[in-house]
Structures are given as structure tokens and as C-alpha cells.
Design a binder for this molecule. Structure first.
Ligand SMILES: Cc1cc2nc3c(=O)[nH]c(=O)nc-3n(C[C@H](O)[C@H](O)[C@H](O)COP(=O)(O)OP(=O)(O)OC[C@H]3O[C@@H](n4cnc5c(N)ncnc54)[C@H](O)[C@@H]3O)c2cc1C
Length: 579
């Protein structure tokens, strides 16, 4: 077997080019980027990998210790509600705005969603809070583009899409109120009509991330509109009123958070806040459907959160691999000890399995004319968020523990990663709510049919003999997933809710296994290496094999897969026996 990456040559993950040290990301770009864009994208990815692994990662540690703070009043006691950021946060925002995909879009380039996903994945390894702070602008611009009046469009889009950071307006999304974030039907903020598309909002929002954004989308109930979700309308709230004065957005408190501290999350009152209704042409508030419109942005944000979690998984793996190649115990390097070796392999396998599902999801973004793609996107978004958010926490824990006591200490890198990871199971929908969304996608849109068809095709592509055992496990699991889906569709509502998390877990496992097998077949045919075959085999053995009682039947020969899996060394198919 060839040697692959020697983690001993790195003294730290920070300072590396995170694109160049990630063979799996390059593999996924080869797989998913349109051929004519692959070479074009390479230079941008190399530059972005250097920025994220270098200055952005270095600044992230400082920002975490110096989070944004609220200056509510000026020296004369006048309310100003200003958020003060550390200069490093401004520098990173500027980098993201001017070097990230936003700049390419502003230059008129057609940026494939898969490439946008890769940029976010790299940034997430440094600072997932910053992905939140900078990532909502595109979603707000999309809503403005689709639902704002021509005047509002003209005013906002030039800033939301501006190539220059100094001209830029960024976006945010305030939905959660004090009574609860999952049950939005209870939204109590009220909208009063003024004239045309102009309204005034009064009410309180309880979790408002990127609170000092210039363009906020929010939900409110127009006076006289019905109770529940049906009565909600979507509004755009500018930071500045039409007359140039500060809008009625009162920031009461910036929350003290466990993690994601680089983005300010605050409690806000709307006090006679000017807002523009976002509705279809000629539509008014009674035609509401505000939540439906908001959901297009929420789905994009959920995929963003899955990507943040994936970034944390990869960072945890890289930190742990480097540490294990330097630290010694009992006369050996940590990575030479069987249990540490197996943990690093699991971390690599889980990261690639999550990446397989997430980049497949990006592949289906925005293919509006393609019904199969639309349904795949519909179900893959919640499955990706469900799986990656939980695994992000688990891998951060594993990475931290490989560092022993040092892992728990704030001047080593893993404590912050764990703090940040825990946010992702919650924001943009808790795990339970995401599982209910998987069921909703099945019941309302039969999205699982598109998924099961896609996974069958992935399995069909796994023809090389070396994939046979893993394929057998995946095929059997796919059959079980099909049965589970039928059971859920026929069950009553309470039973559906009861099993929703189990169902999401089965579907996520099968999706990851089948996609890894497809990737393995491609690597074998295009590069002649069976490395992905090893990854697919380990994943299927860990998640799709018929129930194993003790696990003792797993032979320790499996540790021989360390070099291909962790060090990314290619393998001759003849060197592997995956049975
Ligand atoms: C750091 C951070 C930043 C945030 N930023 C924003 C933001 O910018 N904009 C915004 O709008 N919101 C934001 N949120 C809010 C976030 O989206 C909500 O916290 C989340 O949706 C959950 O709502 P909740 O906190 O009210 O919990 P609840 O809705 O009260 O849920 C409590 C528990 O009950 C469970 N539960 C609720 N309903 C069900 C059900 N039907 N079945 C099973 N279990 C259920 C939940 O899973 C959860 O475990 C942020 C949150 C955090 C932590």
C-alpha cells in the first residue's frame, strides 16, 4: 500500500491549506462539479483553503474570546442599539464577502451550489458562527428577488448583491419568539398596514442571530388575520427607515452563548418597525402563505447547518490525527494504539459518509424544473441536518478525548469545536422537529420514493467484486428502509411521530451507505484505487450489518485499513479482502 498523508509532518491544523490537505473534498469536487467548471474552480478553492486554514482560523480563536457586545446607549443616553465587533470579526467578514462565492456571483459567474457548499465546509472548519453571520444574505436576497415590489428590489438588491464589502447589506432571519421556536403558529408579532407594501410591526423576537443585519426577514400576523400558521405573512425589515432614521428595532440583550460566539444572537423588540410585505404580485396579506415562503430560506439554512457540522467533523478528525501522530504513550505514538487507531478510522469514515450525503444534496439545489431532484432535495435536507448535526457533536467529543486532558482546555482547539457543535442540533430546527420534517416530506410529497429510486441506482453502480459484501449489507438495509417507509405511511399520526427519529436514522444510514458504494465504484473505475471501497465497507459494517451482539467477530485485521482510510493512500484492489 502507498504511504499517503503523513500527519507527523504537520505541527498544527491551523496554518495548513485545508483544501489541499483534504483529498475527499477534491474527490467530491471531481464527482459533482460540472466538467467545464472543475478547473475554473480549482484556483478559488486553493485560495479559500489557505485563507480558512490560515488567518480565518487564527482569528476565530480570538473572536471567540472577544465576542460581539451591545452598546445600547450613546454617551448622552440616547438609544443606539449598536453591536461592537472585534476587528478580527470585521476582517473575516470582509474576507468572506470579497473572497468567497459571493464575490464570484457579484462578478456574474454562475457558481454551482456544490462549490458554494465546499466554500462553507472549509469556512465551517474555522468558525461556524461566521457561516451563520455571512450565510443568510443569499437567502434574504432570494426572497427579495422573488417577492418584493420593484422599488424595494431596486433599493435592496444592489446592496445585498454588492461586490464591495463597504457597500454591503447583510441578511438575517428572526422567527423564534419567547413562547417557542418549534411551534411558529404561536407567533404573536402583529403587523399594521400603512400604505402599499409598507407595514408597521410590533412584537418581540427571542433568538435573533446576526442581529445587526441590514435586511431582516421575519414573520408577523397582519391585524385581523386568522390564528395559526395560515395567518402569518412574511416581511422584510430594514435597519433604516425610509426617512433615513434608525428603524424601530430595539436590541435588548445579546445572549451569552455556549458557542458560535462570533455571531451575535440577541433578543429584539420591534417597536413600530417599518417593514415591507413580501408576497406574490397582486397578492396581499390575506393570501399569506408567509411560512411557505420562509421555508425556502429555512431549507437552505438547514443545509448550511449540516455543512457547518460537517466542517466540525473534519476539523475534529484533522486535529485528532495530527495530535495522535505526535503524542506518545506506553512507548508508542497514540495512533499506533489499537483503540485510538480504530477511533481515527471511525472519524474519517463518518466524515466521508456525511460528506457523501451533503454534497449529493447540494447537487440537487435549485434544479427547479426537475421534479425528481426537487423531491430528493426535499428529503435530503432534513436527513443531512439530522445526521451531520448529531455526528458533529459526537466527533467533536471523540477528537477532544484523543487529546486527553488537553482536549478539555480552552487554549487547545477542541473545546470550542465542541461548544460550537452543540448549537447545530438546535438552530434551524431541533433534531425532533427535523425528524418530523422527514415524515412530512414522505407523507405530503412522497419524497422517499425519489430517494429509494436514487439509492437503488447507486447500488446498481456498485458492480466490482470487491464491493460485494458491503453491497449485500446495503441492499438488505435498503429493503428494510422500504418496509419502514411503508409502515410509517400507513401508521396513525401519533405512531408516525413516535417513530420519526428511528425512521430518519434508518434512511440516513442507508443513504450514506449506498452513496459511499457509488463513490467507491467510481474511484475504482477512474483511479484504480479501492480506498473508498474500504471506507464504504467499514461504514456498512458499522451501520448496516444485521445486528451484532458483541462486536467481537470484527477481526483486528481491520486495523490494516488505517493507511488507506486515515492517510488516504490508494490501494490496489488485489490487496484488500472485504468479506
Ligand atoms: C445560538 C442560537 C441562535 C439562534 N438563532 C436564531 C435566529 O437567528 N432566528 C430564529 O428564528 N431562531 C433562532 N434560534 C432559535 C432556534 O431556532 C430555536 O431555539 C429552535 O427552533 C427550538 O425552539 P425553542 O428553543 O423554542 O424550543 P421548543 O420549541 O420549546 O422545544 C423544546 C424541546 O421540545 C422538543 N419539541 C418541540 N416540539 C416537538 C414535537 N412536536 N415533537 C417532538 N419534540 C418536540 C424540541 O425538539 C426540543 O427538544 C437560535 C437558537 C440558538 C440556540
Amino acid at each position: 500500500m502507498a504511504t499517503g498523508i503523513d500527519y507527523a509532518q504537520f505541527t498544527s491544523a491551523v496554518g495548513l491549506n485545508w483544501y489541499l490537505v483534504d483529498p475527499n473534498l477534491r474527490f467530491l469536487m471531481d464527482l459533482y462539479l460540472p466538467k467545464e467548471r472543475r478547473q475554473w474552480a480549482e484556483g478559488y478553492l486553493v485560495r479559500w483553503g489557505e485563507l480558512c486554514g490560515g488567518p480565518i482560523a487564527q482569528r476565530a480563536e480570538v473572536i471567540d474570546k472577544n465576542p460581539p457586545r451591545l452598546e445600547r446607549y450613546d454617551p448622552w443616553g440616547r438609544e443606539i442599539c449598536q453591536i461592537v465587533h472585534h476587528p478580527h470579526a470585521i476582517a473575516t467578514k470582509k474576507d468572506v464577502w470579497e473572497e468567497g462565492p459571493h464575490r464570484l456571483r457579484a462578478q456574474g459567474e454562475d457558481v454551482p451550489p456544490v462549490l458554494g457548499g465546499a466554500f462553507n465546509y472549509l469556512l465551517s472548519q474555522a468558525d461556524t458562527g461566521m457561516v451563520c453571520a455571512t450565510g443568510m444574505t443569499g437567502g434574504v436576497a432570494d426572497l427579495v428577488e422573488r417577492y418584493a415590489s420593484p422599488q424595494v428590489k431596486a433599493q435592496f438588491l444592489s446592496h445585498l448583491l454588492s461586490p464591495s464589502f463597504s457597500e454591503a447589506w447583510d441578511g438575517a432571519m428572526f422567527m423564534t419568539e419567547i413562547e417557542g421556536g418549534s411551534d411558529l403558529a404561536r407567533t404573536a408579532t402583529v403587523a399594521r398596514h400603512v400604505e402599499g407594501d409598507l407595514w408597521l410591526l410590533n412584537g418581540s423576537k427571542w433568538f435573533c442571530s446576526n442581529v445587526d443585519a441590514k435586511a431582516i426577514v421575519t414573520l408577523a400576523r397582519p391585524e385581523g388575520a386568522p390564528e395559526g400558521l395560515k395567518g402569518l405573512a412574511l416581511f422584510l425589515v430594514p435597519a433604516v427607515r425610509r426617512d433615513g432614521s434608525r428603524n424601530g428595532i430595539v436590541i435588548k440583550r445579546v445572549k451569552e452563548k455556549l458557542g458560535t460566539r462570533s455571531v451575535p444572537t440577541a433578543e429584539v423588540d420591534f417597536v413600530e418597525a417599518e417593514a415591507y410585505l413580501l408576497s406574490s404580485p397582486g397578492g396581499g396579506p390575506t393570501e399569506a402563505r408567509g411560512l411557505n415562503r420562509m421555508m425556502s430560506m429555512v431549507n437552505a439554512s438547514r443545509l448550511g447547518v449540516a455543512t457547518m457540522s460537517l466542517g466540525i467533523m473534519r476539523r475534529s478528525f484533522l486535529e485528532a490525527a495530527i495530535y495522535a501522530h505526535h503524542r506518545r504513550a506506553f512507548g508508542r505514538y497514540l495512533f499506533q494504539l489499537p483503540m485510538v487507531r480504530e477511533t481515527l478510522m471511525e472519524m474519517a469514515v463518518e466524515t466521508e459518509a456525511a460528506a457523501a450525503m451533503i454534497f449529493e444534496t447540494y447537487h440537487h439545489v435549485g434544479r427547479r424544473g426537475d421534479e425528481e431532484s426537487r423531491r430528493l432535495y426535499r428529503i435530503l435536507v432534513p436527513l443531512s441536518k439530522f445526521r451531520a448535526a448529531r455526528r458533529g457533536v459526537e466527533l467533536a467529543v471523540k477528537g477532544l478525548e484523543i487529546m486527553g486532558g488537553n482536549g478539555y482546555i480552552e487554549n487547545f482547539p477542541m473545546a470550542r469545536q465542541l461548544r460550537d457543535a452543540q448549537c447545530h442540533t438546535i438552530w434551524e430546527g431541533t433534531e425532533n422537529i427535523i425528524c418530523l420534517d422527514v415524515v412530512r416530506a414522505m407523507v405530503k410529497e412522497k419524497a422517499h420514493d425519489a430517494l429509494l429510486t436514487r439509492l437503488t441506482a447507486a447500488l446498481d453502480s456498485a458492480t466490482p467484486t470487491i464491493l460485494a459484501r458491503a453491497k449485500e449489507m446495503a441492499a438488505s438495509a435498503l429493503g428494510q428502509a422500504r418496509q419502514a417507509a411503508s409502515f410509517i405511511l400507513e401508521a396513525d399520526e401519533e405512531t408516525r411521530q413516535f417513530h420519526a427519529r428511528r425512521l430518519a436514522s434508518v434512511l440516513a444510514d442507508v443513504t450514506q451507505g449506498c452513496l459511499l458504494l457509488e463513490e467507491a465504484a467510481r474511484e475504482l473505475s477512474q483511479e484504480g484505487s479501492a480506498r473508498k471501497a474500504a471506507v464504504a465497507y467499514l461504514f456498512c459494517q458499522g451501520h448496516l450489518a444485521p445486528r451484532i451482539l458483541t462486536g467481537m467477530e470484527i477481526g483486528k485485521e481491520v486495523l490494516a485499513l488505517y493507511a488507506p482510510v486515515v492517510q488516504f493512500s490508494p490501494v490496489e484492489p488485489g490487496d484488500l479482502a472485504l468479506t
